[in-house]
Design a protein around this ligand. Structure first.
Ligand code: G3H
Ligand code: 13P
Ligand code: ZN
Length: 314
């Protein structure tokens, strides 16, 4: 069923695992992710960025997701990722999305609160849940100073104030992850102490089992990068969040883990390999079919070995 992520996240909190939130842009990605969720009997969040909305159109995405749910029977939330404004959130809600993110992290604090609240009021009145973001997911240098971290990472006291003043259902925080394939110059470092503090302060304020969201959480799968490079690509110095760190976050209050880069790399790796091995191929079902199978395998692996949400449906 197309469901909200509320129940999924609350079960994930109790079960010390996380729900995978995978970015979707076309039919093959939707099929791959939902089939992997079926293979593992796991709920899943399919998320759509503003550029994905522009690329595919909300109606196409919604109908393809409905078809995928019909085929697989998985519990699936359809979520707007990094919603830039009220109008985009409204458009998605009108198109049947069950969850929206309003990303006001680049606004100043009070403006982020005002704009988030507006989306929360509209969404809640229509049975839709809202994720918001506090803190900035910048690319993190190796030697991030304590001052720099304090300036960009989520402030625990502000997180409590933000959640109580906006009524938002989940909060994306900055603790050292970042978007894209080039996340770190050196070793990955996540500020787990800050995550712990955010959760304990939320609990002390009466927000028990409050779901936290981790963006920028691709591992930048080395096998996909290697394949891309073996077959003519040039992806140098890419690195992501190690699986153990994601597992640790999932065992804490992180209930939703966002991954897009790993899907992009997987799709590109499979297509590059296809043409490398079959230079005379030109049937799109051949290379897109290979990409779909590769992504399905990657997502299945993530669910089983990183997220821990396998067998968690219903
Ligand atoms: O966090 C952003 C996602 O990776 C979506 O990227 O805007 O290029 O679709 P996109
Ligand atoms: P990655 O770039 O690490 O895949 O993060 C995706 C994301 O946070 C989408 O919102
Ligand atoms: Zn993100």
């Amino acid at each position: 069923m197309l469901v909200t992520s509320k129940e999924m996240m609350s079960k994930a909190f109790d079960g010390k695992y996380a729900i995978g939130a995978f970015n979707i842009n076309n039919m093959e990605i939707i099929q791959a992710v939902t089939r992997a969720a079926k293979d593992t009997a796991s709920p899943v969040i399919l998320q759509v960025s503003r550029s994905a909305l522009q690329y595919a159109g909300p109606g196409y995405l919604r109908k393809m997701v409905e078809a995928a749910i019909e085929e697989t029977g998985v519990d699936c939330a359809l979520h707007l990722d990094h919603g830039p404004d009220f109008a985009t959130a409204k458009l998605c809600i009108e198109n049947g999305f069950t969850s929206v993110m309003f990303d006001g992290s680049h606004f100043d604090y009070d403006e982020n609160i005002t704009k988030t609240k507006e989306v929360v009021e509209y969404a809640h009145a229509r049975g839709v849940v809202v994720e918001a973001e506090l803190g900035k997911l910048a690319g993190v240098e190796d030697e991030v100073s304590v001052d720099a971290a304090n300036a960009t990472y989520t402030d625990p006291d502000q997180a409590v104030d933000f959640v109580s003043r906006t009524g938002v259902d989940s909060l994306a925080i900055a603790i050292g992850t970042s978007h894209g394939a080039y996340k770190f110059k050196g070793e990955a470092k996540l500020d787990f102490a800050r995550l712990e503090l955010i959760t304990s302060k939320l609990e002390a304020a009466g927000f028990n089992k409050y779901p936290i969201v981790l963006h920028g959480a691709s591992s930048v799968d080395p096998a996909s990068v290697k394949l891309c490079n073996e077959y003519g690509g040039k992806i140098d110095g890419a690195s992501g969040i190690p699986a153990e760190m994601l597992r640790k976050a999932a065992s804490m209050a992180v209930c939703k883990i966002n991954m897009d880069t790993d899907i992009r790399l997987a799709m590109t790796a499979a297509i590059r390999r296809h043409f490398g091995e079959k230079p005379s191929s030109f049937d799109p079902r051949g290379y897109l079919g290979d990409a779909r199978a590769y992504i399905q395998n990657l997502v299945k692996n993530k669910i089983e070995t990183v997220l821990g949400s396998a067998q968690a449906q219903n």
